[in-house]
Structures are given as structure tokens and as C-alpha cells.
Ligand binder design. Structure first.
Ligand SMILES: [Fe+2]
Ligand SMILES: [Fe+2]
Length: 161
């Protein structure tokens, strides 16, 4: 664990079971954002969410950090099958992979909190049918997802090793 950030350690601690799960392993090595994978991208998004929560906590704003990190690890599980005709177009992927991720996450975690469902289903904000956001954690995951999408091609594939 030497050299890992606090956020990376936290993600492994609360999300270890998700990372080891069959649904996560099924997409872990799937190509994503040019030179990255769904697995490494999801780990980065979860780590950035944890970091944001820590920063907000220092500013006196509390968040549902553990639930958000778990949601972040699951937010792209619906990307499974992207290259095997699950989706008919780029537009279809944008619209439906967050909803399919939410279904996968619910199966994996047993149930989702209202915040987790919103965070996963609206992580592509503003590219979602209903742009209203009720939970601050949803704003955090949308920002983390976009920052990671920019950084993913520039970073090593495996951020959890
Ligand atoms: Fe996504
Ligand atoms: Fe993502």
C-alpha cells in the first residue's frame, strides 16, 4: 500500500468487495477513453470522489462519502457489452449505460440509496433526460467523471496496482 493516496486506500477499503466482484471484473479490462479501461477509470472516479468529499469535509460540508465511492465504482458497469452490440449507437450508449449501470449496481449492492441511484443515473450530466440534481454527491461524480475522462488517456491503465 506504500505510495498510495489516502483516497486510493479508502476506495480499496470500502470498495474491495465491489472491485473483486464478477460484474466489475467483467468490465475491468474493457477499453475505455482511448488508452484506459473501465476498471481503471472507475477506480479513478471513485478516488476523486473520495478526495472531493475529504476537501468538503474540511470546509464543514459533510457528504455520504462511502455510499458515493461505492456508486462511483459501479457507475460504468453498464458499459459491459459496448463492443458486442449491446448498444446501437453512441447516442444509445450515452442515454442508456447510466441506467444499465444503476441496474447492475442494485443487483450487486442489494439496494441503492436514493443518492446512489441519482449519482449513477445522472453521472453523464448534462447529457441526461432530467437535469435536475437533488444530491450534492451527484454533482461530485459528474465532475469527477469528466476530469477522469480527460486524464484517463494520459495515465497508466492500472491505477489500483
Ligand atoms: Fe459513464
Ligand atoms: Fe465514467
Amino acid at each position: 500500500m506504500a505510495g498510495k493516496s489516502f483516497a486510493a486506500e479508502y476506495v480499496q477499503k470500502v470498495g474491495g468487495d465491489i472491485i473483486k466482484s464478477r460484474p466489475f471484473q467483467a468490465v475491468e479490462d474493457q477499453k475505455h477513453h482511448l488508452r484506459s479501461t473501465v476498471g481503471s477509470h472507475s477506480l479513478r472516479v471513485a478516488q476523486l470522489c473520495a478526495f472531493f468529499c475529504d476537501c468538503l469535509s474540511k470546509a464543514g460540508v459533510e457528504t455520504e462519502k462511502e455510499d458515493l465511492v461505492k456508486a462511483a465504482l459501479c457507475h460504468d458497469l453498464g458499459m459491459r457489452g459496448r463492443y458486442t452490440k449491446r448498444y446501437s449507437s453512441g447516442r444509445d450508449i450515452i442515454k442508456n449505460h447510466p441506467l444499465n449501470s444503476s441496474d447492475e449496481a442494485e443487483k450487486l449492492l442489494g439496494e441503492l440509496t436514493e443518492m446512489q441511484r441519482e449519482a449513477i443515473e445522472k453521472h453523464m450530466w448534462p447529457l441526461c433526460a432530467d437535469r435536475r440534481i437533488r444530491h450534492k454527491e451527484t454533482a461530485l461524480i459528474t465532475i469527477a467523471d469528466k476530469l477522469c475522462a480527460i486524464a484517463d488517456p494520459l495515465l497508466a491503465v492500472k491505477s489500483n496496482k
